[in-house]
Design a protein. Structure first.
Length: 126
């Protein structure tokens, strides 16, 4: 799971398995306005990689939310509380998604651009 001091870029570049749900395409070199929910995923035994035939399950172990606005990023939410997490679902439509890091280099992550889902998640944290 993430620590409080971790930047958005370091979370996206490294670390635990995660699914990103964002309002707009991610390009950290441009710092365009965006809202990103990071769903840290814990895999069950038997659910390696593509979850062959749907076997196994994925469970959210933590959630962080970042807002990029006026070329600055701010973490506005973070939880590992199972009661809060139980209100969130991993979007089944998440796919491999190209993003841009602040140095311009590309990275592939698992995620989805879905403004409606971001708005639904925002309602859950406010």
């Amino acid at each position: 799971m993430t620590v409080e001091s971790e930047s958005l870029e370091s979370i996206l570049s490294h670390g635990a398995r995660k699914v990103i749900v964002c309002k707009n395409d991610i390009d950290l070199s441009k710092k365009n306005d965006n809202i990103l929910f990071i769903l840290f995923v814990e895999e069950s035994q038997g659910s390696a990689g593509g979850r062959i035939g749907g076997a196994g399950f994925r469970r959210i172990s933590g959630i962080s939310c970042f807002v990029i606005s006026n070329c600055t990023e701010e973490k506005i939410f973070e939880t590992q509380d199972n009661d809060v997490i139980s209100n969130f679902e991993i979007p089944m439509s998440a796919v491999a998604m190209d993003i841009g890091l602040s140095n311009g280099s590309p990275k592939v992550i698992q995620g989805i651009v879905d403004e409606e889902l971001v708005n639904a998640y925002l309602k859950l944290i406010h």
